[in-house]
Design a protein around this ligand. Structure first.
Ligand code: ADP
Length: 293
C-alpha cells in the first residue's frame, strides 16, 4: 500500500495565441480543467502504475473539491481519509500559449489547512508499505507524516519538489530522497548537484536527469547511473510525478531499488511520449511494455 500525503489542486488551464501582458485581456481559444497538485498527481500515477494508493490531503468545500475527489476515486485512489475543509480548494490558474510557454498562479486554499495529523491519518500512514510526500503542503505536516511513518516502520520517500531547503527534523526521517538537479542544488546550497552532500543528509538518493535518465546512490554503497529508455519526447509534463509514483509502487512491492529506479525510468519515458498531464500518466501495462522491451 502506497500512502501519498500531499497537495490537491484543480488546474484551470486556458490556452491562447500568446500570454496576456499585465493589465491586458487576451481572447483565448481553449479551456480545460484537470486534477493537479503534486500529491494528487502522484497518487493517481501510483494507482495507474498498479499500486494500492491512498491519498491524504485537504480539499475545499467548493465544487472543485467534489470534482477533485471524484477524479481521484475514478483513477482508483482510496479517498476515504481525504479532509474536506470549509472554504476554497487549491487552484492553479494556468495560462499557456502556442509555444507551450506558461504563466501559473497557485492559490493553495485547503492545502495550507492540512496541519496536525489526526490519529486516523497516522493509522493510514502506519498501514502503508511506503509513504510518499512532496513539498506543496505545510512543511510541518510533511515532517510529522515522515515521523509517524518512521515510528511505524513504513518506509518514507520525499520528492523534494518544489525546490526549497529542508529542515533537519524532516531529513532525519527520510529513507529515500527523490530530486532533480535544481532541487539537489537548493537542498545542499551548492552550485552543482552534489551527491555526497545529499548522502550526508539521507541514506538513499535518486536524482532524475530528464532525457539522461536518473542516478541512484546510497550511503556507503552503490552509486549508479540508470540510463533513460529512448523515446521520442513529446511533452515532459508530469514525467517527474509518473517517475516518482512508479518508484514508490515498485519499492512498496519489495523490488530492489536499482530495479525500481529502472522501472521508474520506463514510467517517466512512457509519460513523455504522450501529450498531456494526467492523461499521459502511464498504466502498469504501458510501463511494463517499455521496461520489458
Ligand atoms: P522533473 O520534471 O522532476 O525534472 P525529469 O524531467 O528529470 O523530472 O523526468 C523524470 C524522469 O522521466 C527522468 O528521470 C527519466 O527517467 C524520464 N524522462 C524524462 N524525460 C525523458 C526523455 N526525454 N526521454 C526518456 N525519459 C525521460
Amino acid at each position: 500500500r502506497i500512502v501519498v500525503a500531499g497537495s490537491a489542486n484543480m488546474d484551470l488551464v486556458g490556452v491562447a495565441e500568446r500570454l496576456p501582458l499585465p493589465g491586458e485581456t487576451v481572447l483565448g481559444d481553449d479551456f480545460l480543467m484537470m486534477a493537479g497538485g503534486k500529491g494528487a498527481n502522484q497518487a493517481i500515477a501510483a494507482a495507474r502504475a498498479g499500486g494500492d494508493a491512498v491519498f491524504l490531503g485537504a480539499i475545499g468545500s467548493d465544487s472543485f473539491g467534489v470534482t477533485l475527489n471524484a477524479r481521484l476515486a475514478a483513477a482508483g485512489v482510496d479517498t476515504a481519509h481525504v479532509r474536506t475543509t470549509y472554504g476554497a480548494s487549491g487552484v492553479a490558474v494556468i495560462m499557456v500559449d502556442r509555444a507551450a510557454e506558461n504563466s501559473i498562479l497557485v492559490a493553495p486554499g485547503a492545502n495550507s489547512t492540512f496541519r496536525d495529523l489526526t490519529e486516523a491519518e497516522e493509522g493510514v500512514i502506519a498501514s502503508g508499505d511506503v509513504l510518499l510526500c512532496q513539498l506543496e503542503i505545510p512543511i510541518e505536516t510533511v515532517t510529522a507524516a515522515c515521523r509517524a511513518a518512521r515510528a511505524a516502520g513504513t518506509r518514507t520517500i520525499l520528492n523534494a519538489a518544489p525546490a526549497r531547503e529542508l529542515p533537519a527534523d524532516l531529513l532525519a526521517n527520510v529513507d529515500l530522497l527523490v530530486v532533480n538537479e535544481v532541487e539537489a542544488q537548493t537542498i545542499t546550497g551548492s552550485a552543482a548537484p552534489d551527491m555526497a552532500a545529499l548522502l550526508a543528509l539521507v541514506p538513499r538518493v535518486v536524482m532524475t536527469l530528464g532525457g539522461a535518465g536518473s542516478r541512484y546512490a546510497e550511503r556507503d554503497g552503490r552509486d549508479e547511473q540508470v540510463p533513460a529508455f529512448p523515446v521520442e519526447a513529446t511533452d515532459t509534463t508530469a514525467a517527474g510525478d509518473a517517475f516518482t509514483a512508479a518508484l514508490a509502487v515498485a519499492w512498496g512491492e519489495g523490488r530492489d531499488l536499482m530495479e525500481a529506479v529502472r522501472w521508474a525510468n520506463a514510467a517517466g519515458a512512457a509519460c513523455v511520449r504522450k501529450l498531456g498531464a494526467s492523461s499521459s500518466v502511464p498504466t502498469r501495462a504501458e510501463i511494463d511494455e517499455l521496461y520489458n522491451g
